[in-house]
Write a protein that binds this ligand. Structure first.
Ligand code: PBG
Length: 319
């Protein structure tokens, strides 16, 4: 005798009864690019459907997100001014700080901010550069300033993406000292030195001007090391940990799910978005169905939260 597994696949009624993984709008976070200036809505060339908005036009995208039923957004800033010390990253009237205040004024959406220096430094690295090398400990001071300034502007959660050692501890201590004990931290814990960030760097003008990010972001070949990163971040006070990118790292998500009990986020990054957009533009893929399959696979791997550029036009009819 052989097993007839097809018995449970005969029609949609029975298939839905035995389905193991469900994707919902509650799982998704939509990244929003905010650019300094006025009356701007610029499409990112390598990311069709994704725009950079100036603060005065943010309403358009916030409305769209609300209409799609998405409850959380992640804000990325694109400043008009860069220097060695990323001054515009922690300015009270910086682009993210202005954006957060505006969003909080017009919406109840949950606002997470990306905390990093790369868009704000002249060299495009995620930290303070000393003699050609990113100085870990000095960078921590600046990251803490950035996180605090976002929270003061009204951010609900901060998400440090720099990959310096000890940043979660430093940010947690700073927020606690200032009385922000209830602001959670989502740590980009296992963030790989990935070429899938290419379109994002075009969108945010944040490509490193010399060298690469391999001295702070992880080697794509490593998974045990990712567990050390995650463990460190949880010990230092991270409330949510992240694996990034998502698709080439589904095994990392699964290992993390099996070993740790905190919520896990996965970042379905820019390059993963652009690949699908390009292929569907050519007529080679059915975009909606492929998106549903991709997001479901990330959830099946063990992610609780998915950060994705597909969130704004996500629909449960895809299935
Ligand atoms: C900033 C940052 C990056 C991304 C999120 N935060 C780029 C990088 O590390 O170079 C990538 C997001 C994406 O590709 O969608 N440190």
């Amino acid at each position: 005798m052989f097993k007839r597994t097809r018995r449970l696949r005969q029609n949609e009624n029975i298939r839905s009864l035995v389905r193991e993984t469900f994707l919902t709008k509650n799982d998704l976070i939509y990244p929003v690019f905010v650019v300094d200036g006025k009356n701007k809505k610029e499409e990112v060339p390598s990311m069709p459907g994704v725009y950079r908005y100036s603060v005065d036009r943010l309403e358009e995208i916030i409305e769209e997100v609300e209409k799609a039923g998405i409850k959380g957004i992640m804000v990325f800033g694109i400043p008009s001014f860069k220097d060695e010390y990323a001054t515009s990253a922690y300015a009270e009237d910086g682009v993210v700080q202005n954006a957060v205040r505006k969003i909080k004024e017009i919406s109840k959406v949950y606002v997470i901010t990306d905390v990093c220096l790369c868009q704000y430094t002249v060299h495009g690295h995620c930290g303070i550069v000393k003699e050609g090398f990113v100085d870990n400990d000095e960078t921590l001071e600046y990251l803490a300033k950035v996180a605090l300034s976002h929270v003061k502007a009204g951010a609900d959660m901060v998400a440090p993406s720099d990959m310096m050692d000890g940043r979660i501890k430093k940010i947690r201590m700073t927020l606690d000292e200032q009385g922000y004990v209830n602001i959670p931290i989502m740590a980009y814990s296992a963030k790989y030195a990935s070429s899938f960030y290419g379109p994002f760097r075009e969108a945010a003008f944040s490509a490193p001007q010399f060298g690469d990010r391999k001295t702070y972001q992880m080697d794509p070949a490593n998974i045990r090391e990712a567990m050390i990163e995650i463990e460190n971040d949880i010990e230092e006070g991270a409330d949510i940990v992240m694996v990034k990118p998502a698709l080439s790292y589904l095994d990392v998500i699964r290992w993390a799910r099996d070993r740790f009990d905190v919520p896990i986020a996965a970042y379905n990054v820019s390059g993963e978005y652009s690949m699908v957009k390009a292929a569907s533009k050519m007529g080679w893929l059915d975009e909606k169905k492929v998106v549903y399959e991709i997001l479901t696979s990330i959830k099946r791997a063990g992610a609780d939260i998915i950060i994705t550029y597909f969130a704004s036009d996500f629909s449960l009819d895809y299935i």
